[in-house]
Design a protein around this ligand. Structure first.
Ligand code: DHB
Length: 288
């Protein structure tokens, strides 16, 4: 049986990818941020998954206002890093896991969540920056450490899904993974956030107190956190703070949610302001 053993939560700012790709990660501005991910890169080596189920949002790259699915699962063999205006990031093609992805699609749709099936798409910084932060930059000829199943959530065009729906979807994903008939160690990642607003009168908004409280509640009281209405995210964490509902998908997939299992172990926690216009938050939770 496949099993979700851990979840990872991290922001996905595009400038982080640019800093790595341009060799600027040891600049005074960036060093403290990348230092916060050193334990994470070691943790990835010590806890190498067979597959990463990576929840992220597309930024008008694969989708656009012409057509934007609420939840979309990648069932392809591979995904090319997207050109977001400055050429594609010089990072490896992302290898998929079509068998597990198709199984999850079947199971989750039968659990009454409507997913869009994506057999071809490019992946933008929402997916590749978390991989870079957690895995470092693969050398020439190297790939990412394992296959990745991209799972795109619409947090760009209103209406967006509620935190509760994302949390419940995480449960359905866990059921799906656990009914896959192969012994696979799966990690689920929730990405995006934390507080940031990129446009309008409140551009540049950061809310450290709210972010730290979100991290606490994500670990200790995810059921309560899932009830928070979307307007609270936008009001408190800025228009792009709504990306944090994606973290609830990963948290909903952890084993303590429906059982008396202990609260997951916090393997690493980190918070840093600023990275470009964004507050960077990061957690690694292990099922016990
Ligand atoms: O802080 C920023 O610059 C920034 C830009 C684009 C994004 O998608 C984002 O999440 C952050």
């Amino acid at each position: 049986m496949a099993r979700i053993t851990a979840s990872v939560y991290t922001s996905h700012v595009p400038a982080i990818g640019a800093a790595l790709d341009l060799g600027r990660d040891q600049d005074d501005y960036w060093r403290p941020l990348f230092q916060g991910y050193e334990p994470s890169k070691q943790w990835m080596k010590d806890n190498k998954p067979d597959v990463i189920f990576l929840v992220y949002n597309d930024h008008a790259t694969a989708f656009s206002l012409d057509m934007i699915p609420t939840f979309a699962i990648g069932t392809a063999d591979s995904y090319t890093p997207a050109d977001e205006g400055w050429g594609p990031r010089p990072v490896p093609t992302v290898v998929g896991h079509p068998e597990l992805a198709s199984h999850i699609a079947q199971s989750v749709i039968q659990q009454d969540f409507d997913l869009t099936i994506v057999n071809k798409m490019d992946v933008d910084h929402g997916l590749t920056v978390p991989l870079s932060l957690m895995c470092g930059q693969p050398g020439p000829g190297q790939g990412w450490p394992c296959p990745v199943i991209p799972f795109a959530v619409n947090v760009v065009q209103y209406p967006v899904p509620s935190g509760q729906r994302c949390f419940n979807l995480g449960r359905a994903i866990r059921n799906a993974v656990e009914s896959f008939d192969e012994d696979l160690n799966v990690h689920i990642w929730g990405t995006g956030g934390m507080s940031h607003q990129l446009q309008g009168a409140r551009a540049g908004l950061i809310n450290k107190e709210w972010d730290l409280n979100f991290l606490d509640r994500l670990v200790d009281n995810p059921h309560g956190l899932a009830k928070m209405p979307h307007i609270d995210y936008v009001r408190e964490a800025g228009s792009e703070g709504i990306e944090l509902v994606m973290w609830l998908i990963a948290r909903g997939a952890m084993s303590d949610i429906d059982s008396p299992a202990p609260v997951p172990r916090v393997a690493h926690r980190f918070y840093h302001v600023p990275a470009s216009n964004t507050a960077v938050g990061h957690l690694i939770l292990e099922n016990q």
